[in-house]
Write a protein that binds this ligand. Structure first.
Ligand code: PHE
Ligand code: ZN
Length: 881
């Protein structure tokens, strides 16, 4: 029998809290198996709460050991307590003081929520609902309080004691082997931003002089031995602080900013006020163990968490339905930061690739939900690509719709008006409506409506009249729980490219509003007439990917290849090439499925060659022009009756065909892009490596006889992880001679560095070979693997489930069965991680019938299990809906 499903939480049920908690004084006495927490709260009845309403506090797996109200112990019939709830029947209006004592076992906490230990270090994770695993509380983001935290621990076990805010006191506890520290955070905050850390950690200190002249102490804490790997993170932090001052006028507001890297962490990192806690993957880097992508990831995540100080912390969310208020906005901010630090065009392409590969499938499947959901069973399952990445796209569109100046004015107004509040999307949008004078009610539907709109555009040129007519149509397919869709406000950035590459400017525009080069599409259908266009131009549509839509247009392949050479918008130059490549791959998939020969058009080869070898373009961009869409990207474009094996074969065919067609150019580039001097992680050097390594992969998959040795030689000689791992990946995935020896050599070299070993697990888990599943099963017993560590799980099982289309989706269903069994086991230890892994099944309905049946059988078997966590049950049920 299935247990009763828990009642969902609904946006429309939001009510302000019945009580307010004004101050929180925590006294935390740490011990591995029995930590004592005493929380002294100042509580007040909220306006409008009836005088006889009880005080109800949230808990989760808590053990209450003491309870007093204004100094007197409560009698057992004054309250009722369970591990997940404390209700006190009669309380005064207050303010009154409640002291709640709880006892925790951090060692037994495998969920990595609340207070737990990672490699011996005590640390906390409270977003979204982890604070209630520390003490009974009004654990909701609209309950803002001032926190003072006293931490006490054995001095030898935890010489470093940290909490939010500024340090105010510290010292030994006389007559014991213990010591303490007291921290005070002067900014009111919700409980999800609470944090403390205690452990034996090394520190990298630095300072930053803020725009207002204050000196801020910066510290990055890591496990001993890793101090030398924090330099890049610290550098990224200082650049983030400066950038937020310069671009958004936001200055840091405490005396210290601390970052702690831990090795066991469910997510990327956490923006706790003044004490960010990071997955060590997003802090530690040196050339020998981190790739260029890792460096870029660290820069972005450090910035992201730092930027939350204003977008998330100073202004927080009223309720969890507003999650995108802080996440979408902060992703937008970190994307802009990286664009300024690196190449804007390359960053935009990378972000759109990520959006399409992670968010578009979510929006097209059973887990689709609006950027602001209206209902959830488990909020942890809504830290999704839709809330984060699509949420960022919505902010980016907002900027496009209102224009740069009104966007900045709207942001200033938002900071001004809502500082210190827990607020909503409506309040955020109101600032931009006010700053721009625009009606944003249709735009606001982007937050409400799930699914990726399809935008269809066709054009007709009338030479005699000198007009170009664009027929534009938008449509959004139904998504779970949302059948009828309304037209959205879609900013369509447009170029009209003349034969010589110049952009033509229309004299008049009718049928839609146009501001600058942006057409405002607000209805289901528009017929837009642009006048003063004598020469027939090629329309360059959706420049910079100005809206997260699926674009269908009548631009011919010839015109796309023209754009790939001449468009002044670099994003669309790349996108034009991708469009033709994807079409070729879809046709090849169909051809191979019907045993016929796929065709590669010579003009496509020429266009790829032209972009790859154009010395006027930056190498990182040229690398992207050579990179083929992934197997999952091709599957997404095909949409239904997916045969992952046919897709893999089609992609392999195109890769080897291009390799053979471009061999001399590829060999030339390989030599030309070789580094001259030592390693530097900067964007320019990384771009050269990216181009050289994509070239290497083509060569390794082509028919040049000496290519295998070239790849092996790069593996042996590499002085950095980017080049070493690129060579290893090509060797393993192309099954080149010596790949087993290379795997052993890599393991030998990096055995002691778990983050580097993650790459070793990953490269094996993503190999498109028939024996990969057996290998993954065997690797689960490898001494470097641990099912308790989320990074290891992602590197081995996660990479197999989401990064190996042909083997996870094996036609015998063994890939599904393995992952489902692993998930079910993991669920007992870490439900959040299990649920996340399970979402790999989200596209099962798009598979061809045999595989679809296998996946369904597997999901149904799991759904029958009795003891699934709320997290996992939610994902399984929605996948089957
Ligand atoms: N709020 C974190 C971020 O995006 C993510 C996170 C969510 C971390 C929940 C832990 C738990 O910056
Ligand atoms: Zn965030």
């Amino acid at each position: 029998m299935r247990p009763e499903t828990t009642a969902p939480v609904r946006l429309e049920d939001y009510r302000p809290p019945a009580f307010l908690i004004e101050t929180v004084e925590l006294d935390i006495r740490l011990a591995p198996k029995a930590t004592k927490v005493s929380a002294r709260l100042t509580v007040r009845r909220n306006k409008g709460t009836p005088a006889d309403a009880p005080l109800v506090l949230d808990g989760d797996e808590l053990a209450l050991t003491g309870l007093t109200l204004d100094g007197s112990a409560l009698a057992s019939d004054d309250y009722v307590v369970t591990p997940d709830r404390l209700e006190i029947f009669r309380v005064p209006d207050g303010p009154f003081t409640l002291v709640i004592d709880t006892r925790l076992d951090p060692d037994a906490n495998t969920k990595l929520m609340g207070l737990y230990r990672s490699s011996g270090t005590y640390c906390t994770q409270c977003e979204a609902e982890g604070f209630r695993r520390i003490t009974y509380f009004l654990d909701r983001p609209d309950c803002l309080a001032l926190y003072t935290t006293r931490i006490e621990a054995r001095a030898s076990e935890a010489p470093v004691l940290l909490a939010n805010g500024n340090p105010v006191d510290a010292g030994p506890v006389p007559g014991t082997d213990r010591h303490y520290a007291v921290w005070h955070d002067p900014h009111p905050k919700p409980s999800y931003l609470f944090a403390m850390v205690a452990g034996d950690l090394a520190v990298m200190p630095d300072t930053f002089t803020a725009a207002d002249g204050r000196e801020v102490a910066l510290n990055i804490f890591v496990e001993h031995g890793n101090q030398d790997a924090c330099g890049w993170a610290m550098d990224s932090l200082k650049r983030s602080m400066r950038w937020d001052e310069e671009v958004f006028g936001r200055v840091y507001d405490l005396d210290v900013f601390n970052i702690v890297a831990v090795s066991d962490f469910n997510m990327g990192a956490m923006e706790n006020k003044g004490l960010n806690i990071f997955n060590d993957k997003y802090v530690l880097a040196n050339p020998d163990t981190a790739t260029d992508q890792d460096y870029a990831g660290i820069e972005a995540v450090i910035a992201h968490e730092y930027f939350h100080n204003w977008t998330g912390n100073r202004i927080t969310c009223r309720d969890w339905f507003q999650l995108c208020l802080k996440e979408g906005l902060t992703v937008f901010r970190d994307q802009e930061f990286s664009a300024d630090m690196r190449s804007r065009a390359v960053k935009r392409i990378a972000d759109v690739r990520l959006l399409k590969s992670h968010q578009f499938p979510e929006d097209a499947g059973p887990l689709a939900h609006p950027v602001r959901p209206r209902l959830y069973h488990e909020i942890n399952n809504f830290y999704t690509a839709t809330v984060y990445e699509k949420g960022s796209e919505v902010v980016r569109m907002l900027k496009t719709v209102v224009g740069d100046d009104a966007f900045r004015a709207g942001m200033d107004l938002y900071f001004d008006r809502h500082d210190g509040e827990a607020t909503t999307i409506e309040a955020f949008l109101a600032c931009f409506a006010e700053a721009s004078g625009r009606d944003l009610s249709r735009f606001a539907l982007w937050y409400e409506q799930a699914g990726t709109p399809t935008l269809t555009v066709s054009s007709t040129h009338d030479a005699a009249a000198g007009t170009l007519t664009l027929a534009v149509e938008q449509r959004t397919a139904p998504t779970p729980g949302q059948t009828a869709k309304q037209p959205l406000h879609i900013p369509l950035r447009l170029g009209l490219v003349a034969g010589d590459g110049r952009d033509l400017t229309p004299e008049t525009v009718t049928g839609a509003e146009m501001t600058g080069d942006v057409l405002h599409i607000v209805a289901e259908r528009h017929e837009v007439v642009l006048s003063g266009i004598a020469e027939k131009p090629v329309p360059s549509l959706l420049r910079g990917f100005s809206a997260p839509v699926n674009l269908r247009s009548d631009v011919s392949d010839t015109d796309q290849l023209f754009l790939s050479a001449r468009d002044s918008d670099p994003f669309n130059r790349w996108e034009a090439l991708q469009t033709v490549v994807t079409k070729t791959l879809i046709a090849a998939t169909a051809a191979l499925a019907s045993q016929s020969e796929p065709v590669l058009d010579g003009s496509l080869v020429a266009a790829i060659r032209a972009n790859a070898t154009d010395a006027a373009l930056e190498p990182a961009f040229r690398a992207l022009c050579l990179q083929l869409p992934g197997e999952a990207d091709i599957a997404r474009e095909i949409g239904r009756d997916i045969d992952p094996e046919a897709i893999r074969a089609a992609r392999a065919w195109l890769r080897s065909s291009l390799s053979d067609a471009l061999t001399p150019a590829l060999l030339g580039l390989y030599n030309e892009m070789a580094s001259s001097g030592g390693f530097s992680p900067d964007a320019a050097a990384a771009g050269r490596r990216a181009l050289r390594n994509v070239v290497l992969d083509y060569l390794g998959n082509g028919s040049v006889p000496e290519a295998a040795e070239l790849v092996a030689a790069q593996f042996r000689a590499a002085d950095n992880m980017t080049d070493r791992f690129a060579a290893l990946t090509t060797m393993v995935h192309a099954n080149l001679p010596g790949h087993e020896e290379a795997l052993s050599a890599f393991e030998e070299r990096h055995r002691a560095t778990p983050l580097a070993m993650d790459k070793w697990f990953m490269v094996q888990a993503t190999a498109p070979a028939a024996d990969t599943l057996d290998r993954v099963k065997a690797l689960c017993a490898h001494p470097g693997f641990s099912a308790g560590n989320p990074n290891r799980v992602r590197a081995l099982i996660g990479a197999f489930a989401t990064g190996n289309q042909s083997q996870f989706n094996r036609v015998d269903g063994e890939g599904f069965a393995f992952v489902a069994a692993f998930v079910q086991d993991l669920d007992k230890r870490n439900p959040q991680a299990a649920a996340r892994l399970m979402s790999a099944f989200r596209s099962w309905r798009a598979l061809e019938p045999d595989r679809r049946t296998r996946a369904e059988t597997c999901l149904k078997a799991l759904a029958k299990a009795q003891d699934l966590s709320v997290d996992l049950r939610d994902i399984v049920d929605r996948c089957l809906q």
